[in-house]
Design a protein around this ligand. Sequence first.
Ligand code: BGC
Length: 445
Amino acid sequence: MPNRFDLPAGFRWGVSTAAYQIEGAVTEGGRGPSVWDVFAARPGAVRDGHTGAVACDHYHRYPEDIELMRGLGLDGYRFSLAWTRVQPTGAGPVNPAGLAFYDRLVDALLEAGITPLPTLFHWDLPQALEDRGGWLDRDTANRFADYTAIVADRLGDRVPAWITLNEPFVHMVYGYALGIHAPGHALMLDALPAAHHQLLAHGLAAAALRERGLEVMIANNLTPVRAASSSDADVAAAQAYDALHNRLFTDPLLLGRYPDLSAFGVADDLGGSVRDGDLKLIGATPLDGLGVNYYNPTRIAAPTDPGLPFSEAPIEGVPRTAFDWPVVPDGLRGLLVGLRDRYGAALPPVTITENGCSTAEDLDDTFRVDYLAGHLDALATAVAQGVDVRGYFTWSLLDNFEWAEGYHQRFGLVHVDFGTQRRTPRASYAWYRDLIAAHRARFAG
Ligand code: BGC
């Protein structure tokens, strides 16, 4: 069986974070409010009333955090830009102090020998755009393209590759269908225009990046879907769920069409949001890489609730993270091989842009080390089975603001004491550092 040391020469090692989850300083440097500032302030929205107002205070402490990255020997760092630092209302004039922050961050990363891999949107939409409809409003896609052009003009001389959106699926489902995340709409299937408008935003932004000679990626949350049994009803339910979770964003990008959502009673104009020419635009700029965020597989059974064509079934008999997510490393291999089989030559090179687990607070971090080792071995097996995977960015460098769970779920290679902001590397930090060094040493000389 191949293992993590068999990953190919030139394989890129990294860590991932996101702006609202680590930066803090939400009213500094001219930053405008995002949907997450407003949502987190709503009583009951986030566990124990936590907010990202301070988070890891990375806005001030980024030099220390880059030192931690340098200590790991990383090739790359995936982070996101807060749109409201760059354009406080999501449109119009640029805020120079906001752009200057990312300028400093990029320079400091390059000085540490780390390639920046920015994500343009990781769920923190300017509140001013939400007030005009957010991702339910088609015009948000145009605003996103303008914002992309602004940051690409400023940072594109030093940043070669860009991720447009993070997990548009999770953002649509949690933010617009279920109301668990900002902006907190519970529209169920009426949320689907938020999918189409995010894809449109991707298409427009991709063109703006390409015009400037930059590489384009997108990162989505994908999950291998298993039917709970071989019954026709369970298999049909699993297919319906797979179309929604895995194909809704990937099919238009790679095949130029939406998957069949008829099991949901949804026509392929997604609630009337799709116009002539949109699908062409969405796929017009070929992706240089597909970002895959993998946490766990999903087991699906026939519906129990008449509103949806599926229900979720538990996965038993495997370890579970602090979040209660099942740990199934081979799911990553299955997911990647399945992507290759489904899309064939249309599948661009893959980068794992997130993978990791939340654990208890302790520093004896055996659980996380086992999690990472298992997933990296599974990844090496997928590569041996012919999937082109170029890099792995673990989630996350630091314990951080875990959305609706506040500070309760800890995903960091580095423990953060949120009272003092003291950073303490966990055992997984040393393990990851040693793995990177050993892997590199294999190909040196
Ligand atoms: C998101 C991250 C999040 C992580 C763990 C992903 O869905 O992109 O922002 O912290 O999963 O829940």
